[in-house]
Every structure is written in structure tokens, then in C-alpha cells.
Design a protein. Structure first.
Lengths: 436, 725
């Protein structure tokens, strides 16, 4: 088995991943730069953009290190890493329950405790948890098959619920909304029975009204704010407040555009006014007058859409599609079960996070604090995503096992695995290739 | 299996991507123009209301009485004005305080820095406005209280409590800055983005003390005004909650035309005006009153000279009318006040219950008319055929002998002597000349209450006069229906009382003046205060010219016959006119000025409070306002002092002195020329002046001289004074 170890000696999916990630990160930093200069009206330099760039470079170095080491060494650290992530979730929750910041170590931002302040950058434990979860789950599932029974499925699901609950306590609804589907996708891809998964999801859905009633008012408003975009819904509540009162009160409807719908409306204005080709880099009222709060952060996609229009948006989505496609190719190519599951997990994480974020910005999803991976400002998120992509590339650089069971392929009606088969031998190099 | 599931997952992701792309297509391409428009609206965010200039009020010849002058005011954003720590966040976002204090040394609390800056701002404001800091705080507290009240009202109406617009707008703290101080203010307060120097207007009065009651005043809009707003649908014309509108007098009467339409200024994010959206304010229309300001001023001066010479006289009023059009040429209520200083002097003016400077005597107070109704009874009896021209009645001084249980119906007493007049056999001319009560009793009995009150109605008693002032009262016309509603029997006693202007009947001086104008012109017409308003239809009164002439001759002899009631008090000699008139005295009780109100508080402590008030009800109301928590013992309330301070013991009575007159053109021989109609009629009332002739007569003579001086020898309401350039 041969591994490519030279830094620039990447596989085809590897190159695709690097190109797409570079495109996304460049658009992100360019937009953060504009947001910096516009929002601070020239008082400060574009320090957020520079910080982001520095972290990108640092993360790339870390990624190169991962390529050098090879992802399989990480596999050994999967469980310790998971428990470390769990531990990291503790301080924010302590801070929230005691209302202390521990000397600024765990600052409160917008009413939530999600960060741990470190000397160089702020660590977001829930972000770390996402990747920790992928590694741990892949590690747990790689040599088993008992999760094909309902009993065996319960442990990974319950195991996932622990960090989920901790993250909900912070509170970080966005990440929580992401982790649960991520676990499901990984279980699904590992071959868990669809009926079991659907059953668990069904139980979850039955509990939804209970969760709804337990939610804080502002959390509920975030969800209803999506519905209130529609004039028809607002009219209905105005006319029959008793009947639709569970959705929102009349008062909330009246003040929707200034209150819970404010961010959403502004974001839609920014996106909509971008048009087909956009206003151009650094152009347009939204970048000039800082009309959009959180424009460098969770809502960066709106500014992006404002500057580069529908074509720019299509490019961003195409870049994510490229990442997903490359990741899927990597997952297909490898026969190493851990790598295969990790690749699927990373792909699903990126795709779902991007989808949630774009859906939120365009008013299809509730406003939750989900960042646009690789684009949004945020050191921790960027670092984690670059590391994840490096792992993906590293997986692609490992030659497939010559002799291997195709993992996670279970006969539909049998508990028996498909018998061992000979993997195809690697293709001989053609004459032209040898010459080159 | 893995490949299939992966394919499924990819299809799922692909579908999601397509949905997102389609959504983006919808937002950006299909609805792009709509959103672009929204953004444009967002950019021209700040709208500023431009104030209109309220129309001025002028006299009939265009002299300014009250006008609006442009000025500037310093307003402070409510969020800063009402600063408390909980509003820091709101201020932070509104005024970028984060950015403002970003350069502060680390460890300095922005909240404390902001509070210190506010202290400095208030200090500067007080210094600049030359106001006591405590006074400025008072103004601030007033604004806060008013805004809270508005919020309560809005919450009560809407059903839920929420922030009102006033809590996000700026409120004037220092008003009425001139142009040069405005520049100073700009430089001084430039550093505070929450202090706004706004254009405004100030109501400027031009020697308006004689006109204070007629002009009325502006006051803040209250909740009721907002509900009754006639232009509630026009956002440029409707009342603003902090606007001042006409609440009394001509300001209220003419409010709709005096008010203009606000303009609007739209600024883009750079603070530049958007020219396409600039809407200039439409100023209000000027209005003219029928009054002559010069005449008004001179008559006011006349009262100011005369009233203090009588110790018992608390005030007086005079109304001058044009007989043809019934234009109100002058309408003086003395004492008055300076409307420009109304706010400052309010407490003092309100508590002056002896002189009552705030009372609009000419229109808002009603008095018994006394003998000035006698000519009306005369013409009524003549016209109704109850009396022949030249027919006489005998006056023996009393109607029937006085008995202990029946009050005597007597003729009047000669003041100070206790001696009763007995006129002997008098016809209508002689009866008016001597103001014979006995004659009027007999004629009045013949006419009866029904006829008498019908004639009262013909001359407008018991109805608004037509000037249109909201504070005007209608007087009382005691018709049979009125008596019935009070449970009073319709007896001849009432007819006798009404025939000499006593009893339930009461009139305002405006109505009295119109009554005299009816004697002079022979027809009734409502009064007119707004110049240019259509003239009301004149209603001729019954009676032949000979009968009317007899009445006017009687009034001529009152002044010019040796036995006339006013002859020895009135000396008026003019080549062109003779003064005709009728004296009257309206008995009146002394007016309370101070009440003692014994009261208890919740703890049972008792005390006596002294409340300046003109009536029991007024005293109680003021007491309850001033002393919440105390309960007045209403049956123990007592009058402490009255005006006049020492009323004479009964049976002597106090009375107001009336004189109603008109200037009759004079023929070549010095006799009145009855073929020419008099042009000017007037009524004078001197409160507690005693008998009509003695006190009001000289005022009337002076007034006639002023009339000739001011209006010129033709007594033309629009005429220039003879010596005017």
C-alpha cells in the first residue's frame, strides 16, 4: 500500500476539494473585508478579514500536517477526542447556570454562552463536538453490525443525545439541529435499518409538541417568523387571533417586521436587491451603509448574494456541490470502513450546514446561529472545517485495500455479510503515463 | 447497498440545492426589482416633519393682533431626555455610543461616561437657556409625564402596552430662540447627536391685553381633541400629540383655517435632502376680525382709568356694535391679562378672585339686564296694541301697599336717600325717561310672560349671539316652558319682574349690546366677529315708525331731558350727534372671593384650608385638586371674604350699573334727526357700580367721545381717525 506524502501530490478529488474550498474561503474573506470597512466606517482596518486569513493559513498548515500523518492515526484518537469535546462543553454550561463568565473565559454573547476565550482565538466547543462526533461515531460503527438491530441502534443514538443535550443547554439551537440529522445520516450510511431510523424519527416527531411548549418565547418566534413572512398568515392571525394564537399573538404580528422578522427581512432585501449579476464587490447599499446586522457572520451569504447576484450564489452552491461530490467519490473509493464513514459524515455536515444557512438567509428556515462553512467569519468554525477537508483529502490519498470486504454492505433480508470478494487490482499504468 | 444509499443521499442533497437555487432565483431575478425598491425606501429612511406657520389674526383694518413668528427650539431625544440605565441599550444603538466610547481607556464604563456627558449637556442647556437647572428638570419631568400619559392612553385604546412614537422622538426643552442664538446653539450642541435644533414658530401678541379674552389662546391637544380631529386621515394636517391648537376664543373659532398643512423632508443615509420627496409646508390662512384694535385699546384704557376710582367696582365691560351689520367693533372686558405672559402669571391670575382677570365678562358672564329692557317692553306693548301712543299710567311709588308677607312692587329708590320715586301720570316716553317701574309693571302685566319672553327671543336673549366663541354663554330667557321646567307657576308677578329686567332673565353684555342695536335699528340680526363671514339675515321687529320713534325719544330724553335718569351724570356735547341711551341697574349679591374649607385626612387630622374661589362648587373643586387625601366637610364650608369687602346691610342692595346707548345724528337745529339711522350702538356694564346713570353714564359719555375720535365724524366702522395720516 502506497501513500502519497508530497504536499502537492494530490488525488483528483483532493484537487477538487482544495479548489472549491479556496473559492469559498476567498469569497468569504473578500466579503468580511467589505463588511469590516463598511460597518466600522473606516475607524478600524479590515482586522476581521486579516484574522480570518491568518486562521485560514494556520489551518492549512495544520491540514498539511494531517496529510503528512495520515488520517488513520487520528482514528486511534477518536474516542479521547470525543470525550475532550464533551469536557469542553462543560464550561459554557457552568457559566450559563451560574451566570458567571469566569473572568471573561466564557463570555456571554447575545444571551448565550457558546465560546471559550483562548489567547489566540475563541474556541466554540459545539463546533469541535461536530467533528468529534463524526470521528467517534465512525470509530464505533466501523467493525460492528449490531446497530442493524433496534437494541444495538439505541447506544449510538443515546450516545449522540448526550452532547446534543449539552449543546441545547448553551443554548445553541443551530448546532443541535445539525447534530441529530448528522448522526442519522451516518447511521443510515452505515447500513442501519431504514425502518428503525424512521421509527426513532417518528417518536421524535411525536415529542415535537412537547418541545414546542418547552421552548422559550424567542425561540418559538424564530420558527414562527418564517411563517409570518407570508402576508396571508399575518392576515389570518390578525383576523382570528384566538384561532391562530398558538402561532403568534397579534402584537407579535404587528411588530414582526421590527422584531423577530427584522433580520430576516433585511437579509431578504440584501439577497433580492442583488439581482442576477449583483452589485459588484464592495458595491451596493448594503455594503455601503451596513444595513444588515451580522453581515460578516451568520448572514454573510446575504452580503455575498448582494454583491455577486444569483450567479455568485450559484457559484457558491456549485462549490459546495463540488465538495460533496468529491467527498462522495472519496467515500466510494476507499474500502477502509472508518475512512468511508468519516468521509460521509464530513460531506453530510458540510452540505447540511450550508443548506441550513442558505435556507435561513433566504427565509426558508428559522433563523438559527448556523454559520456558512468556510465562508462565515469565525476562527473556530473555519479551523474545524479545514481540518475536516484535510482528513477527507487524506482519506483519498490512501490506496484502497486490495483485499477487503466492501464495508457497510448488508444483504437486504439476511444478517450475513456478503462473502469476501477480491477487490479489483489497481489499474496498470499505461505506456503514456509511464512516459510522462 | 452503500452505493445505493449514497446515491439516495446525493439526490437528496441535489434536490435541496435545486430548491435553494430556485428560491434564490425567485428572490433575486423574479422579485429583484421589488426588493431593490424596498432597499431604496430603506435608504431614504429619515423623514422630518416641517412645521407650518399658523395664520395670524388681524383687526378689521389689518392691524396685527397675534401672528406666528419663526424661531428655533432645542429638542432632546426622549431616550436621552428620560435617561435611566435601562435605556442605555436603546441609546447605544440609536447613537452609536459603542463607537463613541471605543477610544476610552480600558476599564472606563461607557455607561458612566455617557451619564457624565449627559450631566454636562444639561448644564450647558441650563446655561444657554438662562434657566435654573431645577426649572429645566421640571420641564423634563413634565415631558416625561406627558409621554407616559400618552402611552397609557394608547395602551388603553389598543389593548396592549407598547412603546409609542413619542418615546423615539425629540421634545423641545428650550423654545423660542432667535436666528442669532440658533447659530450659537448649533455650535454649542453639535457634539451631542441627540440634541436637535429644530425650526419652530412662536405666537407673538401685538399689544393684545385688551383683546386677550377675544383672541383666546392655544393649548396642548388632549385625548378628546385627537378623537374629534376633523382631519384625522391626513397625516400632514392631523393634530400631533404635542401640538398646540386653539382652545379658546378666536384661536379656537378660526382654528381650522389658521392651521396649515405640515411639510416633509426626507433625508438619505448621508443626511442629504432627497429633492424629489421634499414637500413644503402650507402655511395657515390669516384671518380678520370685525374688531377695531385702536378702539378696543382706547376703551380698555378708559376702563383702566375709571375702574380704580370706585372702591367697590371690580371690573367692567363694553361692547360696541355697528348697527347695520352687527359687526362687533369693540368688546372690552376689564380687567384682562397679557396673553404673552399667561403661562408665567397663571396662578396669580387664577387666584385673583376679587377682580377675575381671566373671566370673559362680555360674553361668558350673564347679568340681570335691569332697566335696559324697558324700551323693549315699551315697543312690545305699543306694537301688540296693549298701549296707545300718549296713553298714560299713574305711578304712585308703589303698586299696592306694602304688607309684611307680600313684598311691595315699588318704583325705584333715589340712591342714598331711601326716598321712593313717584312719577305721577306718565306716557311711554316719560316712563322711559324716568325709568318708571310702575308703568312697566302695569304694561308688563298686560303683556304677560308669554308675550314678553317672545319679544326677548326676537332680540336674541337666551341664544348664542352668533360670534361663535366657544366660551360664550346664552343668557336666560325665562319662557313659560323654562318656568315650567323649574316648577314655577306662570303668574303675573313674573311678568312684572321681567318687565323691569329682574328675576330669572339674564343676558351677556354682548346680548345687551345687540338689544340696544335693536332699539337703534329696529331689527334683529346675529352678531358677527369674523370679517368676511356672510351676513346673517336681518329680522325686522314689529312696530310702526311712530312707535319706534317714541321709544327712541324716550331714550333721547334719558340723557337730554332735565328729569332723565342720566341727565345729571352725562355731559356729552357734539355738533353731529346726540347720545341716546337707557340706564339700568341689576341687583347682585356680593361675590364670594375666599372660602374656608374645614377638612379631615385619612388619619382623622382636621384642618381648615382657605381656598380662593367664586363659588362653592369652584372652591370644592380647587380644594380637591390641591389637597388630595383630604375630605372636605361640605356643610361646614363658609365664605370668608367677598367682593365688595363690606356689603351694605339689607335692605340696601348692591347692583351692577348698565348703560346702553346709541349715537343719533343731529339735525341743524340741534334736535335729533330721526330720519337718519344711527350707525353705532353700545352697551356698558360696570360691576358693582350701583345705579346705572351715576357710574355707567360718564363711561358712556367718554365712550361716545372715543367713538367719534376713533371712527371719525361719520362713525364709519372702517373710517380712519380724523387726525390719522
Amino acid at each position: 500500500m502506497r501513500r502519497r506524502t508530497a504536499l502537492l501530490d494530490l488525488t483528483a478529488p483532493g484537487w477538487l476539494i482544495v479548489c472549491c474550498a479556496a473559492l469559498l474561503a476567498t469569497m468569504g474573506i473578500a466579503t468580511i473585508w467589505i463588511a469590516d470597512t463598511a460597518y466600522k466606517q473606516g475607524h478600524d482596518g479590515p482586522d476581521n478579514a486579516l484574522k480570518q486569513l491568518a486562521i485560514l493559513l494556520g489551518a492549512s498548515v495544520l491540514g498539511a500536517g494531517i496529510l503528512k500523518l495520515g488520517y488513520r492515526r487520528i482514528a486511534r484518537l477518536a474516542y479521547p477526542f470525543f470525550f475532550l469535546s464533551l469536557l469542553l462543553l462543560i464550561p459554557p454550561i457552568l457559566a450559563r447556570t451560574t451566570h458567571q463568565t469566569f473572568g471573561g473565559l466564557v463570555p456571554m454573547v447575545n444571551g448565550a454562552y457558546r465560546w471559550i476565550r483562548l489567547p489566540l482565538f475563541q474556541l466554540q466547543p459545539s463546533e469541535v463536538m461536530k467533528i468529534g462526533m463524526i470521528f467517534a461515531l465512525a470509530c464505533y460503527l466501523r467493525y460492528r453490525r449490531n446497530y442493524r438491530t433496534l437494541k444495538g441502534l439505541l447506544l449510538p443514538v443515546l450516545g449522540a443525545l448526550v452532547p446534543l443535550a449539552l449543546i441545547l443547554l448553551e443554548p445553541d439551537l443551530g448546532t443541535a439541529m445539525l447534530i441529530l440529522p448528522l448522526v442519522f445520516v451516518m447511521l443510515f450510511m452505515a447500513g442501519a435499518k431504514t425502518s428503525h431510523l424512521l421509527g426513532i424519527a417518528g417518536v421524535g416527531l411525536l415529542l415535537a409538541p412537547l418541545a414546542w411548549s418547552k421552548m422559550e418565547g424567542y425561540q418559538r418566534m424564530r420558527i414562527t417568523a418564517v411563517l409570518l413572512q407570508s402576508d396571508a398568515v399575518r392576515d389570518a392571525i390578525r383576523r382570528q387571533p384566538q384561532r391562530y394564537g398558538f402561532l403568534a399573538s397579534r402584537r407579535e404580528v404587528e411588530y414582526w417586521s421590527r422584531d423577530s422578522g427584522y433580520q430576516l427581512l433585511r437579509s431578504k432585501y440584501a439577497v433580492g436587491s442583488g439581482g442576477l449579476a449583483g452589485e459588484g464587490w464592495g458595491e451596493g447599499p448594503f455594503t455601503e451603509y451596513a444595513l444588515l446586522p451580522e453581515g460578516h457572520n451568520d448572514f454573510i451569504f446575504a452580503l455575498l448574494a448582494h454583491q455577486w447576484g444569483w450567479l455568485g450564489c450559484a457559484a457558491v452552491i456549485a462549490a459546495y456541490a463540488g465538495l460533496v461530490g468529491a467527498g462522495a467519490a472519496v467515500a466510494l473509493a476507499t474500502k477502509e470502513p472508518f475512512g468511508r464513514l468519516v468521509a460521509v459524515g464530513i460531506v453530510a455536515m458540510l452540505a447540511m450546514q450550508a443548506g441550513l444557512n442558505v435556507g435561513m438567509v433566504t427565509g426558508l428556515m428559522p433563523v438559527t446561529g448556523v454559520t456558512l462553512p468556510l465562508v462565515s467569519y469565525g476562527g473556530c468554525s473555519l479551523l474545524i472545517n479545514v481540518v475536516a477537508l484535510a482528513v477527507l483529502i487524506s482519506i483519498s490519498q490512501h490506496r484502497p485495500f486490495l483485499l477487503a470486504n466492501r464495508p457497510f454492505n448488508f444483504a437486504l433480508r439476511s444478517r450475513r455479510a456478503i462473502p469476501l470478494e477480491l477487490a479489483k487490482p489497481p489499474r496498470e499504468k499505461t505506456a503514456s503515463e509511464t512516459a510522462a | 447497498m452503500f452505493e445505493r444509499r449514497l446515491r439516495f443521499l446525493l439526490v437528496l442533497f441535489g434536490a435541496a440545492a435545486l430548491v435553494l437555487l430556485a428560491r434564490l432565483l425567485q428572490l433575486q431575478v423574479v422579485q429583484g426589482e421589488v426588493y431593490r425598491q424596498h432597499v431604496q425606501d430603506l435608504l431614504r429612511g429619515t423623514r422630518e416633519s416641517l412645521p407650518f406657520v399658523r395664520g395670524g389674526i388681524f383687526d378689521r383694518q389689518g392691524r396685527p393682533l397675534v401672528t406666528d413668528a419663526p424661531c428655533w427650539q432645542i429638542a432632546v431625544d426622549y431616550r436621552v431626555l428620560s435617561y435611566d440605565a435601562s435605556r442605555l441599550r436603546s441609546c447605544t444603538t440609536a447613537y452609536g455610543l459603542k463607537r463613541r466610547y471605543a477610544a476610552l481607556a480600558p476599564g472606563v464604563d461607557p455607561g458612566a461616561a455617557f451619564a457624565a456627558e449627559l450631566d454636562e449637556m444639561w448644564r450647558r442647556l441650563a446655561e444657554f437657556g438662562e434657566a435654573d437647572p431645577a426649572e429645566l428638570r421640571g420641564r423634563r419631568d413634565q415631558i416625561i409625564a406627558r409621554v407616559r400619559r400618552i402611552r397609557e392612553l394608547v395602551a388603553a385604546r389598543a389593548g396592549y402596552d407598547d412603546e409609542v412614537v413619542e418615546e423615539r422622538s425629540a421634545h423641545a426643552v428650550i423654545r423660542e430662540l432667535g436666528a442669532e442664538r440658533h447659530v450659537e446653539a448649533r455650535t454649542l450642541f453639535q457634539r451631542y447627536p441627540w440634541v436637535h435644533i429644530q425650526p419652530a414658530t412662536v405666537r407673538r401678541y401685538h399689544d393684545a391685553e385688551p383683546l386677550a379674552h377675544i383672541l383666546g389662546r392655544l393649548g396642548p391637544v388632549d385625548a378628546g381633541d385627537l378623537e374629534r380631529d376633523p382631519q384625522a386621515d391626513d397625516r400632514f394636517a392631523r393634530y400631533l400629540p404635542d401640538e398646540r391648537i386653539g382652545q379658546l376664543g378666536a384661536e379656537k373659532l378660526l382654528d381650522a383655517s389658521l392651521r396649515g398643512r405640515r411639510g416633509e423632508l426626507v433625508r438619505d443615509r448621508n443626511g442629504d435632502t432627497v429633492p424629489e420627496e421634499y414637500l413644503p409646508a402650507e402655511n395657515g390662512e390669516d384671518a380678520r376680525l370685525t374688531l377695531r384694535a385702536d378702539l378696543q385699546q382706547r376703551l380698555y384704557d378708559l376702563f383702566a382709568r375709571i375702574v380704580p376710582t370706585y372702591p367697590d367696582v371690580s371690573g367692567g365691560c363694553a361692547v360696541v356694535l355697528s348697527v347695520d351689520t352687527r359687526d362687533v367693533l369693540a368688546c372690552v372686558s376689564y380687567p384682562s391679562y397679557d396673553p404673552a405672559m399667561f403661562q408665567e402669571n397663571f396662578t396669580q391670575l387664577r387666584d385673583d378672585t376679587a377682580r377675575l382677570p381671566l373671566v370673559f365678562r362680555a360674553g361668558a358672564t350673564q347679568y340681570a339686564p335691569g332697566s335696559i329692557v324697558k324700551p323693549l317692553i315699551g315697543i312690545a306693548a305699543l306694537a301688540e296694541g296693549k298701549l296707545g301712543l300718549g296713553a298714560t299710567e299713574h305711578c304712585a311709588g308703589y303698586l299696592f301697599p306694602e304688607t309684611p308677607d307680600a313684598p311691595a312692587s315699588k318704583c325705584w329708590e333715589i340712591e342714598g336717600t331711601g326716598q321712593r320715586m313717584h312719577h305721577g301720570d306718565v306716557d311711554v316716553v316719560a316712563a322711559l325717561r324716568g325709568s318708571c317701574n310702575l308703568f312697566m309693571y302695569k304694561v308688563g302685566e298686560r303683556l304677560g310672560v308669554r308675550e314678553i319672553t317672545a319679544w326677548f327671543d326676537r332680540v336674541g336673549i337666551g341664544r348664542p349671539t352668533g360670534v361663535g366663541l366657544a366660551e360664550e354663554v346664552s343668557g336666560i330667557n325665562p319662557t313659560p316652558a323654562y318656568l315650567a321646567s323649574r316648577g314655577l307657576p306662570l303668574t303675573s308677578g313674573y311678568a312684572r319682574a321681567y318687565a323691569i329686567g329682574q328675576g330669572e332673565i339674564s343676558v351677556t353684555p354682548l346680548q345687551a349690546a345687540n338689544l340696544i342695536a335693536c332699539y337703534a335699528g329696529g331689527s334683529f340680526r346675529p352678531l358677527r366677529l369674523k370679517l368676511g363671514a356672510p351676513l346673517a339675515e336681518a329680522a325686522p321687529l314689529p312696530g310702526s315708525p311712530a312707535q319706534w320713534r317714541a321709544i327712541r325719544e324716550g331714550m333721547y330724553e334719558v340723557v337730554n331731558h332735565p328729569s332723565g335718569t342720566a341727565h345729571k351724570y352725562v355731559s356729552f356735547a357734539d355738533d353731529g350727534y346726540v347720545l341716546c341711551g337707557k340706564t339700568g341697574s341689576a341687583t347682585a349679591p356680593a361675590r364670594p372671593t375666599l372660602y374656608a374649607v374645614p377638612a379631615e385626612d385619612e388619619a382623622g387630622a382636621a384642618d381648615v384650608f382657605y381656598v380662593p374661589a367664586g363659588s362653592r362648587a369652584d372652591a370644592l373643586q380647587r380644594f380637591e385638586l390641591a389637597h388630595p387625601g383630604w375630605t372636605a366637610k361640605t356643610d361646614e364650608m363658609a365664605v370668608v371674604s367677598t367682593w365688595p369687602a363690606d356689603p351694605p346691610p339689607l335692605p340696601k342692595r348692591l347692583s351692577h350699573a348698565w348703560f346702553g346707548g346709541f349715537l343719533q345724528p343731529r339735525g341743524a337745529g340741534g334736535e335729533p334727526d330721526w330720519s337718519r339711522a344711527p350707525r353705532i350702538a353700545f352697551a356698558v356694564l360696570v360691576e358693582f357700580g350701583g345705579s346705572g346713570g351715576r357710574v355707567s353714564g360718564p363711561v358712556a359719555a367718554e365712550l361716545s367721545r372715543v367713538l367719534l375720535d376713533t371712527l371719525g365724524p361719520d362713525l364709519d366702522p372702517d373710517g380712519a381717525p380724523p387726525d390719522a395720516p
